[in-house]
Design a protein around this ligand. Structure first.
Ligand SMILES: Nc1nc2c(ncn2[C@@H]2O[C@H](COP(=O)(O)OP(=O)(O)O)[C@@H](O)[C@H]2O)c(=O)[nH]1
Ligand SMILES: [Mg+2]
Length: 193
């Protein structure tokens, strides 16, 4: 998809604030700082549409971006940030659970993982959650620019093995630095729209 139109819609705290246009939603889940916002920016070719942060764990809202007046990227607050209080964490968990189990327009979950390292316990749990609720997943293995291509195969098998990756799901090696994986990711996303 060649994106001409991409706009920030809302930072939603509660379901009443989610848009009611009925457009499909592609939601990004992943560890804080893994590269979710960078993924959105790269996909829509806009440097600062989604805020990339050096302060992880700060966005406790669902950020909606409307793309081509057709669908939303939903930037979901990241997990795995240590300095979050128990109360905050519980609130965060509730918000994610509500969103992912009840949002009827949710079309595809993007599970964003760091391609350099095996998926974390949180990554595994998130993926299992998607599997449990039968939500289709595209695993985006990002920061691929940090690993030599000769090692990509090995990293891909480790990532898939650690996640117990379901062959029905999709997998894309990505880099917001080089643009690796953009076309492939669009192909998968468009097949769900
Ligand atoms: N080298 C490299 N750095 C990346 C990539 N994606 C994100 N980053 C960097 O990782 C940091 C966190 O990215 P961000 O998109 O804010 O992560 P988020 O918290 O998941 O939204 C930023 O400093 C980005 O520049 C990538 O593909 N390659
Ligand atoms: Mg972000």
């Amino acid at each position: 998809m060649k994106v001409n139109q991409a706009e920030f819609i809302i930072s939603a705290v509660s379901p009443e604030q989610y848009p009611n246009t009925g457009f499909p939603e592609i939601a990004l889940a992943g560890r804080s700082n893994v590269g979710k916002s960078s993924f959105i920016n790269k996909m829509v070719n806009r440097k600062k549409l989604a805020r990339t942060s050096s302060k992880p764990g700060k966005t406790q809202t669902l950020n909606y971006y409307l793309i081509e007046n057709q669908f939303y990227f939903v930037d979901v607050p990241g997990y795995g940030y240590a300095k979050v209080s128990k109360t905050e964490r519980a609130k965060w968990g509730e918000m994610l659970e509500t969103y992912f189990t009840q949002r009827e327009t949710l079309t595809l979950a993007l599970s964003v993982v760091d391609f350099r390292h095996p998926p974390t316990q949180d990554d595994i749990q998130m993926y299992e959650f998607f599997k449990y609720y039968q939500i289709p997943v595209l695993v985006v293995a990002t920061k691929a620019d940090k690993i030599p291509k000769s090692k990509w195969n090995k990293h891909e098998s480790i990532t898939k093995k650690t996640l117990d990756f379901d062959k029905e799901d999709q997998f894309v090696i990505f880099s917001a630095e080089t643009g690796e994986g953009i076309d492939e990711a669009w192909k998968v996303i468009e097949s769900f729209l």
